[in-house]
Design a protein around this ligand. Structure first.
Ligand code: CP
Ligand code: NVA
Length: 305
């Protein structure tokens, strides 16, 4: 059956665990400079309606390293940007390539594309979710600290696509998220598409949210698409900067993550981002390895580890 990865909960816990294992194997081979071309002759189309550094690079380099090819399409210079229906684009693009990654605005756009696609579709970030990033983040946590089951993640800041995806991951992988957002920017459980299994708790004070956390994480105050609210958000989020004081409330061995790009002095202090608890560079690198495992799984199914 055709499989897509449009939100974190599209995969079961067993599937995620397989991906983490597979990513470990693929990463180790890559570090040994071993050639591994299971996707020879396969083509990935990458459709971008928003900017990107990491997502483009990790998918494009990843596909190349797996023996395939990647094609970059930007809305500005495709017919999508001139109003071609996304359903038609899904039908046409999926007749020419083997797998598609899309970064766009509303989740509905990737859902509609996927509904008309003959090939697997991956969400490379929407307004609602960023599932590939959370795959990398959980994999990074596992590399540094072991299983995330039963652990506590503190989410500080905006209830954006990253936050929603952490909340979904908590339900799928059975860990807890402490969320603290400024008033007016609270989590919307329906938008996050949660089962409501009690895997998150809301804290008015970000310092309280950090208490006992194994991982503290945040993201930009103004996501792509919300630029018009930037000034207002700078004021509203001023007390939600992850700084050394917040990190002190977490467990002594707590990690810090940020999907990047980061704004030092806004959502995170330079001291924390560049400090000893930060694993943001491993986190960024791991996009490459988990997405190679993801593409391999979507195209070839489960392989012997
Ligand atoms: N973290 C992330 O998705 O980065 P890019 O916007 O650079 O792709
Ligand atoms: N929440 C951010 C993530 C960027 C990788 C955004 O959507 O702009």
């Amino acid at each position: 059956m055709l499989k897509h990865f449009l939100q974190f909960k599209d995969f079961t816990r067993a599937e995620h665990e397989y991906l983490f294992e597979r990513a470990r194997v693929i990463k180790a081979r890559f570090k040994r400079y071993e050639t591994y071309h299971p996707l020879a002759d396969r083509t990935l189309a990458m459709i971008f309606e928003k900017s990107s550094t990491r997502t483009r690079l990790s998918f494009e380099a990843g596909m190349h390293q797996l023996g395939g090819a990647a094609i970059y399409l930007n809305t500005r210079d495709t017919q999508l940007g001139r109003g071609e229906p996304v359903e038609d684009a899904g039908k046409v693009i999926s007749r020419m390539v083997d797998i598609v990654m899309i970064r766009t605005f509303e989740q509905d756009i990737v859902e509609r594309f996927a509904a008309h696609s003959r090939v697997p579709v991956i969400n490379g970030l929407t307004n609602e979710y960023h599932p590939c990033q959370i795959l990398a983040d959980v994999f990074t946590f596992i590399e540094h600290r072991g299983s995330i089951q039963g652990r506590t993640v503190a989410w500080i800041g905006d209830s954006n696509n990253m936050c929603n995806t952490w909340l979904q991951a908590a339900e799928v992988l059975d860990f807890k998220v402490h969320v603290s957002t400024p008033p007016g920017y609270e989590v919307e459980p329906e938008r996050a598409n949660l089962h409501g299994t009690g895997h998150f708790e809301v804290f008015a004070d970000p310092l309280d949210a950090c208490r006992g956390a194994d991982l503290v994480t945040t993201d930009v105050w103004t996501s792509m698409g919300w630029e018009a609210e930037n000034e207002e958000r700078l004021k509203a989020f001023a007390d939600w900067q992850v700084d050394a004081d917040m990190m002190k409330r977490a467990k002594p061995d707590a990690l810090f993550m940020h999907c990047l790009p980061a704004h030092r002095g806004e959502e995170v202090s330079g001291e924390v981002l560049d400090g000893p608890q930060s694993v943001v560079w491993d986190e960024a690198e791991n996009r490459l390895h988990v997405q190679k495992a993801l593409m391999e799984y979507l195209l070839l199914g489960k392989l012997e580890i």
